[in-house]
Design a protein. Structure first.
Length: 460
């Protein structure tokens, strides 16, 4: 096996493993939250911070670490991120209070930002454009496998071994990844060597994203809109700053000069905004309206990520030979159709119809995700791979928060602060249907961005 082939194989294995860890950790820990609440006698607000603190820390540092990796070395940042993530997971397993657990989750998010933003950049650096789509497809597939395996594994571990065992498993994965990175991932990628990290810009960016994401998580509470406006104003200031500095932490000119990058990034933001709340809404629908126990509801919902895991590598490989915008646009169209079909969901809707629609949506997601990511990473110079990777991950997080924000606002309008009960099932269904209508309209707008993005130039 040649050196290049060996490097491609080791890079694919290591980055794919790390792309599995993050989603697995998030989804498995979320299932164990009731067990954690019982042990620490935590209130609902404090408990919500177990999930929120991780996402906030990750969102704040994705772009700065992407730029730092371009300057100081992608493998270096990737490795230290894995070490920090593994160490904080180990300490989380021995948490003696909610405050300590939340602190460790912040460190986990910090470490995750380091290896998530650099993992995709390393993969893109190693694989030539002719093979990049296939590699990205496998990477994306591992994300979906982590999301689908997490709830089942988390539920099993929390029930029979305690919630701390989830972090123990994550530590094991982390040790394996650190070992394989140190032993097999040879070389370093520093395509922006000599540039200086824009600390001031990083602080303004971090503060803005923190206000924006935290504000969205508080919707529809008072003060949420104020925080969102502060975040948006901060991003406006950040953009003005970055246009003036010599070495910006984020090359905002990419959005001005690179239509392929801009439209592909916006398509990703819209896609996540339209789809992330799907599982949340259907989980509630199946348990409340259809009266299906949680474990069986999970078995129904897994139809979507299973299809995504199967077809993402195929869609990624296809995007190496067929223009990515065509495949991604077809996927976005299927997603819009699938979401619109849920506008008519009701108490009499067949479970089989739901499973088939989820499988249809999963296929649409797989056609969109890998080719769209391939288009984004192929649209920028090598020195911007870290920034582009951080942008993709940030769009995903912002989209996820926007999706949940839309749902929460509709719940507040239709249901108010009352718990979901037979007395308000009709209002609940109205909010679910309107959510899916909004999501399908968003996807329809996303199709335009996807189609109008332009073509990827394949330089070999």
């Amino acid at each position: 096996m040649s050196v290049d082939k060996s490097l491609e194989k080791s890079a694919l294995i290591v980055t794919t493993l790390t792309s599995f860890i993050g989603p697995f950790s998030i989804s498995s820990v979320n299932v164990a939250l009731p067990t954690i609440q019982a042990e620490f006698s935590a209130d609902a607000v404090l408990l919500s911070w177990v999930a929120t603190s991780y996402l906030l820390a990750m969102a704040v540092f994705l772009v700065p670490f992407g730029k730092a990796a371009d300057i100081y070395g992608r493998k270096k940042v990737f490795t230290w991120g894995l070490v920090l993530y593994t160490l904080s997971s180990f300490l989380a397993a021995f948490s003696f209070s909610m405050k300590m657990l939340i602190a460790m989750r912040i460190l986990q998010g910090f470490g995750s930002a380091m290896f998530v933003t650099t993992g995709m950049a390393i993969l893109t650096s190693v694989f030539p454009p002719s093979k990049r789509g296939r590699a990205i497809g496998i990477y994306v597939s591992a994300v979906y496998i982590g999301l689908s395996v997490g709830p089942f594994a988390g539920g099993f571990l929390a029930r029979y071994l305690g919630w701390r065992s989830i972090f123990a498993i994550v530590v094991l994965f982390g040790i394996i990844c650190v070992f394989m990175t140190m032993k097999y991932l040879k070389g370093e990628w520093v395509d922006a060597r000599g540039e200086k990290l824009d600390i001031y810009g990083s602080v303004v960016y971090g503060f803005s994203i923190l206000a924006l994401v935290y504000g969205a998580s508080l919707l529809p509470q008072r003060g949420a809109v104020f925080l969102i406006l502060v975040g948006l104003a901060g991003l406006g200031i950040f953009i003005r700053l970055e246009m003036r500095v010599r070495y910006p932490v984020f090359e905002v000119r990419l959005f001005n000069r690179n239509r392929l990058f801009t439209f592909s990034s916006l398509a990703a933001l819209i896609n996540y905004s339209a789809t992330f709340a799907l599982t949340f809404l259907l989980s509630l629908y199946l348990q409340y309206i259809k009266n299906i126990p949680p474990q069986y509801a999970g078995s129904i919902l897994i139809a979507q990520p299973i299809v995504m895991a199967i077809f993402s590598p195929l869609a990624g490989r296809l995007s190496d030979s067929v223009e990515p915008r065509l495949i991604a646009s077809a996927g976005m169209t299927m997603t819009a159709i699938g979401l619109f079909s849920f506008v008519f969901i009701g108490a009499e809707t067949s479970t089989i119809i739901i499973v088939l629609t989820l499988a249809f949506l999963g296929f649409g997601f797989s056609l969109f995700s890998s080719p769209n990511m391939n288009a984004i990473m192929s649209s920028v110079e090598r020195k911007h791979f870290g920034i582009a990777s951080g942008t993709v991950a940030t769009m995903r997080l912002l989209g996820q928060m926007a999706s949940m924000a839309i749902t929460m606002v509709l719940f507040a309008i239709f249901i108010g602060r009352e718990p979901i009960s037979p007395a308000n099932y009709d209002q609940f269904l109205k909010s679910v249907r309107l959510s899916f209508l909004i999501f399908s309209l968003l996807c329809s707008i996303g199709i335009l961005f996807s189609m109008l993005r332009g073509e990827v130039r394949r330089d070999g």
